[in-house]
Design a protein around this ligand. Structure first.
Ligand SMILES: [Fe+2]
Length: 476
């Protein structure tokens, strides 16, 4: 490999006084297009498409101290691979909220923590009551790329230029919030989604057919509102997690957090046929825990297998206080439930000893039995920091780590199948890393079949890519 050239400028300090606004969490304000990027190694010829990463990147902040990581305006960072060359682009999701704030040149919505003491903001007449920051994750369905935020309508983005086409409510049929983690069944082309709310119906579920039409919706009854960030779908079932991140409206009225970790609520997994309704849901009680992200679900006869990163408790990234002395209690671990849907017999437990989140699979195998799961391993010396990407082999029980070196941190990686791929791990694991030693952002391409070997390519990004939320892959 050739010597790495430092290409990034020193971070521009926009805000000071909040961990999630400083260092490589700090936002960037300029949008760029850079072609023919410098590469250490070689971009494989059978890698073709767009690697995408989205995250919060605030332009205006109501209160720096109270800024929560979930609040920032969505920005997409993308690397397009074609003919062995790479192009970098970054662009804001051009949301209605951001347009209003830019027009007024000030913050208009307070954000998650700021609402506690200041109450809801009063946006100008004509502006939406809440902000849809479009900052969390992607789904690609029926040839359309969506940027998602779980309280809001999806934004449609264009590729490769990352333009914001606008929001969609599926011809007026979408009546609920839309999770950041819908599931696409590659065997039918259907997309399953849901939304949660602090008010009844606490959960509503919908199916969107392969042509992009919303064809089925049903409420899902649970006893009280919970923050249900993700769910899972096997070929026949949609699987809901009634876990104890609960809403408390009375507490919110008293100026306390509207969201808390309430172990007494318990944890239940609800299983419903894909086109079923509320009365078809069967609930199964499992050990108390918290799931932010699932990996996959599939059926083995009467056994439904659900995989996720699961922690014992959660402080919702500092939003609430919890009663524990063990910092690993809030860290996810790759975990599996095996539920006999006929007898109700359940076995559950962690799959290995490491702590991780951002669990992903080869999505061509979603809803079917998967052997490999990829996730990002926590660096426990710092909040929300990831030191490696792991490949877990369910067949051998082996975990491989791809480490990036001292002071080089990663976010979510995604699996990109090779052009013409033939088996589950026939492809590349792609991620952004930040080399904090020299303030250099890189896009790393790992051969999934040589996971703990050297990366096949390190693409040097000529601008800083802040840490963010989820990754996506749209193959060409
Ligand atoms: Fe997420």
């Amino acid at each position: 490999m050739t010597t790495q050239q430092k290409m990034n400028p020193e971070p521009e300090v926009v805000f000071e006084g909040n961990y999630f606004l400083e260092g490589n969490y700090g936002p960037v304000q300029e949008e760029h297009v850079d072609t023919d990027l410098q590469v250490l190694g070689q971009i494989p010829a059978d890698l073709k498409g767009n690697y995408l990463r989205i995250g919060p990147n605030p332009v205006y902040v109501s209160n720096v101290e109270k800024y929560h990581w979930f609040d920032g305006d969505g920005m997409v960072h993308a690397v397009q691979f074609e003919d062995g060359k790479a192009t970098y682009r970054n662009r804001f999701v051009d949301t209605e909220g951001l347009k209003w704030e830019r027009k007024e040149d000030r913050w208009l919505w307070r954000g998650m923590n700021g609402m506690m003491d200041g109450g809801a903001a009063s946006p100008p007449e004509g502006a939406p009551a809440g902000k849809n920051p479009g900052n969390t994750a992607f789904v690609s369905h029926n040839g359309t790329l969506y940027a998602l935020h779980e309280g809001s309508d999806p934004h449609i983005l264009s590729l490769p230029d990352l333009g914001t086409v606008g929001t969609t409510n599926f011809d007026g049929k979408l009546t609920h919030a839309f999770t950041a983690h819908p599931k696409v069944d590659p065997s039918t082309g259907e997309m399953m989604t849901f939304g949660y709310s602090p008010f009844p119906p606490f959960v509503t579920y919908s199916v969107i057919n392969k042509e992009g039409a919303l064809v089925h919706s049903t409420p899902i009854t649970i006893p009280k509102g919970v923050m249900m960030h993700d769910f899972a779908c096997s070929r026949n079932y949609s699987i809901f997690l009634d876990f104890p991140l609960t809403f408390d409206i009375e507490a919110a009225m008293e100026g306390k957090s509207p969201l808390g970790f309430e172990p007494e609520h318990g944890s239940r997994i609800g299983i419903m046929p894909r086109h079923g309704s509320d009365e078809d849901v069967k609930w199964f009680t499992v050990d108390v825990g918290v799931v932010i992200h699932t990996a996959n679900a599939w059926e083995e006869g009467d056994i439904l297998v659900v995989q996720a990163c699961r922690s014992k408790a959660s402080d919702i990234i500092g939003a609430v206080e919890i009663d524990t002395d063990d910092p690993t209690d809030v860290l996810g671990q790759m975990y599996e439930w095996r539920i006999n849907v006929k007898t109700g017999e359940i076995t559950e437990g962690p799959l290995h000893e490491y702590y991780s989140d951002f669990s992903r699979i080869n999505e061509n195998y979603a809803g079917a039995k998967t052997r490999y799961t990829y996730s990002s391993e926590f660096d426990q010396t710092r909040a929300i920091t990831f030191k490696s990407v792991m490949k877990f082999d369910r067949e051998t029980g082996e975990t491989q780590h791809h480490n990036f070196g001292e002071g080089r941190y990663v976010g979510e990686a995604v699996f990109a199948p090779k052009v013409g791929s033939t088996d589950e791990d026939d492809g590349y694991v792609i991620c952004f890393i930040q080399d904090e030693n020299v303030n250099q952002s890189e896009c790393i391409i790992i051969d999934a079949k040589n996971f703990d070997g050297d990366p096949v390519a390190r693409v040097l990004i000529p601008h800083r890519v802040p840490y963010g939320f989820h990754s996506g892959w749209v193959g060409a």
